[in-house]
Design a protein around this ligand. Sequence first.
Ligand SMILES: [Zn+2]
Length: 121
Amino acid sequence: METTTIKSCPECGEKIKGRSDKKFCSAECRTYFHNKHRGLESNMMRAINYVLQRNRRILMECAAEHARSKVPVYSLQARGFDFSFYTHCRADRKGNEVIFCYDYGYQRLNESKVLICAKSC
Ligand SMILES: [Zn+2]
């Protein structure tokens, strides 16, 4: 005997008939549903990657423009640097925390300045 629980299709809302482990009313709804969610996921990742890549570009540009890569925080902010987005952080040899956007990182020197470094610091 098959148990009959009444479920509805998460895509179109139709009642699902048939096997109790069926999640969608049809193959079309299943495909459409999964494609839609994959699309949302990649849109989100695209938006995050965009911010990270912009941050990296700003670090790279500012490092090149300032002596010894010591850059005022306001100059990063003026270009649209977003401090809440980064890829990873780790400590340098002296134990200072370096925050990275891919291969470019920075450490806080004080309230108003950061030191930018690339790749292997
Ligand atoms: Zn459906």
